[in-house]
Design a protein around this ligand. Structure first.
Ligand SMILES: Cc1ncc(COP(=O)(O)O)c(C=O)c1O
Length: 387
């Protein structure tokens, strides 16, 4: 039985009212940028305006600390861990770099894949220029990387396995628990980029035993740009000295003791500076919003839409879906003999334009909680006409 918010008694109208653009645009592009609900926009704006107008009149020391405390708390609820194991960053790329440099690897192997998003592999390629580190990127066959091919590269030399939970290109979803077990058997750690998963995929980072799980604000978490949250296991956190440091790195950031660098005992030792606090507060609000709707319900909803798209696409002549069965809320395809960009251009010119992404000359669709069955059907009808 397929569930949609619209037919299952969920407050579809209330949800859609928070995303007014949906009336005018068939927005199937959350893997690129998610739409931000009104409440989140209001909270972000309100803080920004108050702070810029009032400075310390509106932001005292206690309030400043509370911004990150509140986000660690919500982040922990989203990821299924303790707030002490959460560090706040400004982007996923920043967080991956921070972990990569903090590991201070001198030798060994880092295993990832050749179809990853660049921010998942670049930090390791960069550190590999120092020391005897080999980055092994497992290549896809038929657009997906098999778990067997990945495992065949994880050996005694391996220090790190770095992967996305859900791949940005084809939506492939990795069995993180299984990979963590394999990595741990050889003494390696697993660093997961969850930006294409958190926000609709129910998560419990402790249960799946990732050592680091990072996610970002502006896609499925429907918040503004400018925030990433990272779960760092207590064991790993205790072993690492953060590579990036600043006034917030210490237990009491208000002691201003420039002579001595003593790190906080928790994951927040990886935080080091002020940042766009408005964006952090926006993310607090959006996680509350998503959890109120229910991550499990969003998952069912997104995957139901995904299934409609996938099944229908499979039946259209010339359409080749590259997304594997085990997937997140992404469907990617190409059309034999056609330029995807031209097809996308036609879909953008419709009365209710379709918004999607072109990745490596393929069309990527990524439905989220604000999409309906009608959006999927409208897209499919329009695509058939366009080709
Ligand atoms: C898998 C993945 N990781 C990281 C990013 C970029 O994250 P950030 O902009 O926060 O560095 C993207 C953006 O598309 C992505 O798909």
């Amino acid at each position: 039985m397929i569930h949609y918010f619209g037919v299952n008694g969920m407050p579809m109208k209330n949800i859609l009212g928070d995303f007014p653009i949906i009336e005018k645009v068939n927005y199937l592009n959350s893997a690129s940028i998610g739409l931000v609900p009104k409440k989140v926009i209001d909270r972000t704006k309100e803080f920004f305006v108050d702070l810029t107008r009032g400075g310390t009149l509106t932001l005292d020391e206690e309030k400043e600390a509370l911004v990150y405390d509140g986000l660690r708390e919500q982040g922990a609820k989203l990821l299924g861990c303790d707030p002490d194991d959460i560090a706040i960053f400004n982007s996923v790329s920043e967080a991956v770099n921070s972990i990569a440099w903090s590991l201070e690897l001198k030798e060994g192997r880092v295993v990832s894949t050749g179809i990853e998003f660049p921010s998942v592999t670049y930090p390791w390629l960069r550190i590999a220029r120092k020391g005897k580190i080999e980055v092994k990127l497992v290549e896809a066959k038929n657009w997906s990387v098999s778990v067997d091919d990945l495992f065949s590269e994880i050996d005694e030399e391996t220090r790190v396995v770095a992967l996305s939970h859900v791949e940005y290109l084809n939506g492939q979803k990795w069995d993180i628990k299984k990979i963590a077990k394999q990595a741990h058997e050889v003494g390696a750690i697993l660093v997961v980029d969850g930006i294409q998963a958190a926000g609709y995929l129910p998560l419990n980072v402790r249960e799946i035993a990732a050592d680091v799980y990072i996610t970002g604000s502006y896609k499925w978490l429907i918040a503004p740009f400018g925030t990433a949250i990272a779960y760092i296991s207590k064991k790993l956190c205790d072993e690492l000295e953060p590579a990036l440091v600043g006034w917030r790195s210490t237990e009491d950031m208000w002691n201003f003791n420039a002579r001595e660098l003593t790190f906080a005992a928790k994951a927040r030792k990886f935080e080091y500076s002020t940042s766009a606090y408005d964006a952090k507060l926006g993310l607090v609000e959006s996680i509350k919003y998503l959890r109120k709707v229910g991550i499990e319900k969003i998952y069912e909803h997104n995957m139901a839409l995904n299934e409609i798209l996938r099944q229908e696409l499979d039946s259209i002549k010339g359409v080749k879906v590259i997304t594997p069965q085990d997937r997140g809320s992404i469907v990617t395809f190409y059309i034999e003999g056609k330029d995807s960009k031209n097809v996308a251009e036609k879909l953008r010119k419709l009365k209710r334009p379709v918004e999607l992404s072109i990745r490596l000359n393929m069309i990527r669709l990524s439905p989220h909680l604000y999409n309906t069955e009608e959006d999927a059907l409208q897209f499919l009808e329009s695509l058939k006409k366009a080709i």
